[in-house]
Design a binder for this molecule. Structure first.
Ligand code: URA
Length: 245
Protein backbone atom coordinates (compact mmCIF):
# COMPACT_ATOMS: atom_id res chain seq x y z
CA UNK A 1 0.00 0.00 0.00
CA UNK A 2 1.55 3.34 -0.95
CA UNK A 3 1.48 6.41 1.30
CA UNK A 4 -1.33 8.06 -0.64
CA UNK A 5 -3.56 5.01 -0.33
CA UNK A 6 -2.76 4.76 3.37
CA UNK A 7 -3.83 8.38 3.91
CA UNK A 8 -7.07 7.88 1.99
CA UNK A 9 -7.82 4.74 3.99
CA UNK A 10 -7.21 6.67 7.19
CA UNK A 11 -9.75 9.24 6.06
CA UNK A 12 -12.28 6.52 5.11
CA UNK A 13 -11.93 7.69 1.52
CA UNK A 14 -10.55 4.64 -0.20
CA UNK A 15 -11.28 3.80 -3.02
CA UNK A 16 -10.72 7.44 -3.80
CA UNK A 17 -13.80 9.63 -3.86
CA UNK A 18 -13.80 12.16 -6.66
CA UNK A 19 -16.14 15.13 -6.62
CA UNK A 20 -18.39 15.54 -9.62
CA UNK A 21 -19.39 19.12 -10.47
CA UNK A 22 -18.06 20.64 -7.29
CA UNK A 23 -20.25 23.52 -6.16
CA UNK A 24 -18.75 26.96 -6.39
CA UNK A 25 -17.82 28.25 -2.96
CA UNK A 26 -20.47 30.48 -1.57
CA UNK A 27 -19.39 33.70 0.03
CA UNK A 28 -20.75 34.24 3.49
CA UNK A 29 -23.39 36.91 3.42
CA UNK A 30 -21.63 39.27 5.71
CA UNK A 31 -18.21 39.74 7.09
CA UNK A 32 -18.12 39.70 10.85
CA UNK A 33 -16.01 42.10 12.87
CA UNK A 34 -14.44 39.65 15.27
CA UNK A 35 -13.47 41.72 18.28
CA UNK A 36 -16.88 43.25 18.84
CA UNK A 37 -18.57 39.87 18.59
CA UNK A 38 -16.10 38.10 20.86
CA UNK A 39 -16.58 40.79 23.45
CA UNK A 40 -20.30 40.20 23.11
CA UNK A 41 -20.06 36.49 23.94
CA UNK A 42 -17.72 37.02 26.88
CA UNK A 43 -19.41 37.49 30.24
CA UNK A 44 -19.37 40.99 31.70
CA UNK A 45 -16.92 39.97 34.40
CA UNK A 46 -14.42 38.59 31.89
CA UNK A 47 -10.72 39.06 32.52
CA UNK A 48 -9.44 41.91 30.36
CA UNK A 49 -7.91 40.68 27.11
CA UNK A 50 -4.16 40.99 27.01
CA UNK A 51 -3.29 44.30 25.48
CA UNK A 52 -0.25 46.07 24.11
CA UNK A 53 0.69 43.28 21.74
CA UNK A 54 -0.39 45.00 18.54
CA UNK A 55 3.18 45.80 17.47
CA UNK A 56 5.04 42.81 18.82
CA UNK A 57 7.29 40.75 16.56
CA UNK A 58 7.55 36.98 16.79
CA UNK A 59 10.20 36.87 19.50
CA UNK A 60 8.42 39.30 21.83
CA UNK A 61 5.06 37.69 21.20
CA UNK A 62 6.41 34.22 22.04
CA UNK A 63 7.96 35.60 25.21
CA UNK A 64 4.73 37.31 26.22
CA UNK A 65 2.75 34.10 25.71
CA UNK A 66 5.35 32.15 27.71
CA UNK A 67 5.04 34.65 30.56
CA UNK A 68 1.26 35.04 30.39
CA UNK A 69 -0.79 34.55 33.55
CA UNK A 70 -3.76 36.60 32.39
CA UNK A 71 -6.36 33.90 32.98
CA UNK A 72 -6.84 30.92 35.27
CA UNK A 73 -5.73 28.34 32.71
CA UNK A 74 -2.02 29.00 33.19
CA UNK A 75 -2.05 27.79 36.79
CA UNK A 76 -3.28 24.37 35.74
CA UNK A 77 -1.09 23.63 32.73
CA UNK A 78 2.52 22.56 32.34
CA UNK A 79 3.49 25.09 29.71
CA UNK A 80 1.97 27.36 27.10
CA UNK A 81 1.59 26.01 23.58
CA UNK A 82 2.28 28.87 21.21
CA UNK A 83 1.81 27.39 17.75
CA UNK A 84 4.00 25.69 15.21
CA UNK A 85 4.95 25.91 11.58
CA UNK A 86 5.96 28.18 8.80
CA UNK A 87 5.67 31.76 10.02
CA UNK A 88 4.96 32.88 6.46
CA UNK A 89 2.51 30.09 5.71
CA UNK A 90 -0.38 30.49 3.31
CA UNK A 91 -2.42 27.98 5.31
CA UNK A 92 -3.39 28.49 8.94
CA UNK A 93 -5.21 25.74 10.83
CA UNK A 94 -6.73 26.72 14.16
CA UNK A 95 -7.83 24.26 16.81
CA UNK A 96 -9.35 24.72 20.24
CA UNK A 97 -6.64 24.34 22.84
CA UNK A 98 -3.85 22.01 23.93
CA UNK A 99 -4.67 18.57 25.29
CA UNK A 100 -2.50 16.40 27.53
CA UNK A 101 0.04 15.49 24.82
CA UNK A 102 0.34 19.07 23.62
CA UNK A 103 0.70 20.30 27.20
CA UNK A 104 3.56 17.85 27.73
CA UNK A 105 5.34 18.54 24.44
CA UNK A 106 4.60 22.23 23.94
CA UNK A 107 3.38 21.75 20.38
CA UNK A 108 -0.18 21.81 19.01
CA UNK A 109 -1.82 18.66 17.66
CA UNK A 110 0.78 16.05 18.56
CA UNK A 111 -1.62 13.44 20.01
CA UNK A 112 -4.07 11.15 18.21
CA UNK A 113 -6.07 14.09 16.83
CA UNK A 114 -2.80 15.54 15.59
CA UNK A 115 -1.96 12.37 13.71
CA UNK A 116 -5.30 12.60 11.96
CA UNK A 117 -4.71 16.29 11.23
CA UNK A 118 -1.34 15.41 9.68
CA UNK A 119 -3.10 12.86 7.48
CA UNK A 120 -5.76 15.38 6.52
CA UNK A 121 -2.96 17.76 5.52
CA UNK A 122 -1.25 15.03 3.50
CA UNK A 123 -4.52 14.30 1.71
CA UNK A 124 -4.37 17.82 0.25
CA UNK A 125 -0.60 17.60 -0.26
CA UNK A 126 0.32 19.73 2.72
CA UNK A 127 2.74 18.99 5.47
CA UNK A 128 3.04 20.39 8.98
CA UNK A 129 5.59 23.16 8.96
CA UNK A 130 5.73 23.57 5.19
CA UNK A 131 3.52 26.45 4.11
CA UNK A 132 1.29 25.48 7.06
CA UNK A 133 0.97 27.01 10.50
CA UNK A 134 -1.01 25.34 13.29
CA UNK A 135 -2.29 27.20 16.33
CA UNK A 136 -5.04 27.08 18.90
CA UNK A 137 -7.61 29.51 20.23
CA UNK A 138 -6.18 29.20 23.75
CA UNK A 139 -2.52 28.60 24.52
CA UNK A 140 -2.95 26.74 27.80
CA UNK A 141 -4.53 23.34 28.36
CA UNK A 142 -7.96 23.61 29.97
CA UNK A 143 -8.24 21.24 32.94
CA UNK A 144 -9.50 17.80 31.97
CA UNK A 145 -9.62 18.92 28.33
CA UNK A 146 -12.81 20.86 28.94
CA UNK A 147 -13.88 23.44 26.38
CA UNK A 148 -12.26 26.80 27.08
CA UNK A 149 -14.63 29.26 28.70
CA UNK A 150 -15.68 32.50 27.07
CA UNK A 151 -13.53 34.68 29.32
CA UNK A 152 -10.48 32.47 28.70
CA UNK A 153 -11.05 32.72 24.96
CA UNK A 154 -11.52 36.48 25.07
CA UNK A 155 -8.36 36.86 27.13
CA UNK A 156 -6.18 34.69 24.89
CA UNK A 157 -7.55 35.59 21.47
CA UNK A 158 -5.40 38.70 20.95
CA UNK A 159 -2.33 36.43 20.82
CA UNK A 160 -3.80 34.49 17.93
CA UNK A 161 -4.91 37.72 16.30
CA UNK A 162 -1.32 38.97 16.42
CA UNK A 163 -0.05 35.64 15.06
CA UNK A 164 -2.47 36.01 12.15
CA UNK A 165 -1.29 39.57 11.51
CA UNK A 166 2.31 38.36 11.41
CA UNK A 167 1.71 35.24 9.33
CA UNK A 168 -0.70 36.91 6.89
CA UNK A 169 -2.17 33.55 5.80
CA UNK A 170 -4.10 33.32 2.58
CA UNK A 171 -6.65 31.00 4.15
CA UNK A 172 -7.67 30.05 7.67
CA UNK A 173 -9.26 26.68 8.44
CA UNK A 174 -11.14 26.65 11.74
CA UNK A 175 -11.12 23.15 13.21
CA UNK A 176 -14.31 22.64 15.16
CA UNK A 177 -16.92 24.74 16.81
CA UNK A 178 -14.77 26.47 19.42
CA UNK A 179 -12.36 27.81 16.82
CA UNK A 180 -15.17 28.78 14.46
CA UNK A 181 -17.19 30.53 17.18
CA UNK A 182 -14.19 32.43 18.52
CA UNK A 183 -12.94 33.58 15.12
CA UNK A 184 -16.31 34.37 13.59
CA UNK A 185 -17.68 35.82 16.79
CA UNK A 186 -20.99 34.02 16.55
CA UNK A 187 -22.37 30.81 17.86
CA UNK A 188 -23.98 28.63 15.21
CA UNK A 189 -24.22 24.88 14.58
CA UNK A 190 -20.98 23.75 12.97
CA UNK A 191 -22.88 22.14 10.10
CA UNK A 192 -24.35 25.50 9.14
CA UNK A 193 -20.89 27.11 9.01
CA UNK A 194 -19.37 24.52 6.66
CA UNK A 195 -19.41 24.81 2.90
CA UNK A 196 -19.23 28.58 2.71
CA UNK A 197 -16.27 30.81 3.16
CA UNK A 198 -16.30 33.45 5.81
CA UNK A 199 -14.24 36.54 6.27
CA UNK A 200 -11.85 36.95 9.16
CA UNK A 201 -10.46 40.47 9.00
CA UNK A 202 -10.02 40.20 5.26
CA UNK A 203 -8.74 36.60 5.29
CA UNK A 204 -11.01 33.87 3.88
CA UNK A 205 -11.94 31.38 6.59
CA UNK A 206 -13.44 27.92 6.19
CA UNK A 207 -14.88 25.75 8.91
CA UNK A 208 -14.52 22.00 9.24
CA UNK A 209 -14.80 19.35 11.90
CA UNK A 210 -12.24 19.05 14.66
CA UNK A 211 -9.99 15.98 14.18
CA UNK A 212 -10.86 14.75 17.70
CA UNK A 213 -14.53 14.76 16.71
CA UNK A 214 -13.66 12.86 13.53
CA UNK A 215 -11.89 10.21 15.63
CA UNK A 216 -15.14 9.75 17.55
CA UNK A 217 -17.36 9.99 14.46
CA UNK A 218 -15.36 8.48 11.58
CA UNK A 219 -18.34 8.57 9.23
CA UNK A 220 -18.01 12.36 9.18
CA UNK A 221 -14.55 12.13 7.65
CA UNK A 222 -16.05 12.27 4.17
CA UNK A 223 -17.55 15.68 5.01
CA UNK A 224 -14.18 16.86 6.27
CA UNK A 225 -12.72 15.73 2.96
CA UNK A 226 -15.35 17.85 1.15
CA UNK A 227 -14.29 20.80 3.28
CA UNK A 228 -10.63 20.26 2.45
CA UNK A 229 -11.46 20.07 -1.25
CA UNK A 230 -13.33 23.36 -0.95
CA UNK A 231 -10.37 24.84 0.90
CA UNK A 232 -7.98 23.92 -1.91
CA UNK A 233 -10.42 25.37 -4.46
CA UNK A 234 -10.72 28.61 -2.50
CA UNK A 235 -6.95 28.75 -2.04
CA UNK A 236 -6.39 28.49 -5.78
CA UNK A 237 -8.68 31.45 -6.36
CA UNK A 238 -6.98 33.78 -3.91
CA UNK A 239 -4.62 36.16 -5.68
CA UNK A 240 -1.04 36.34 -4.42
CA UNK A 241 -0.81 40.08 -4.81
CA UNK A 242 -2.50 40.86 -1.50
CA UNK A 243 -0.17 38.69 0.54
CA UNK A 244 3.19 39.02 2.22
CA UNK A 245 3.58 42.69 1.58
N1 URA B 1 -6.97 19.67 20.08
C1 URA B 1 -6.83 20.98 19.78
O1 URA B 1 -7.80 21.68 19.55
N2 URA B 1 -5.61 21.47 19.73
C2 URA B 1 -4.53 20.74 19.96
O2 URA B 1 -3.44 21.28 19.90
C3 URA B 1 -4.71 19.39 20.26
C4 URA B 1 -5.93 18.86 20.32
Amino acid sequence: MDRNEAVLRELNLYPQWVRRNPPAPVVAEQSVPVTAEVEAIAPAAAVAPVSGIGNLGWAELKQQVRDCTACKLRAGCTQTVFGVGDERAEWLFVGEGPGADEDAQGEPFVGQAGKLLDNMLLAIKLRRGKNVYIANIVKCRPPGNRTPEADEIATCLPYLQRQIELIKPKLIVALGKTAATALLGRDAPLGSLRGVWHDYRGVPLLVTYHPAYLLRSPMEKAKAWQDLCLATEVMQKIPDATQKL
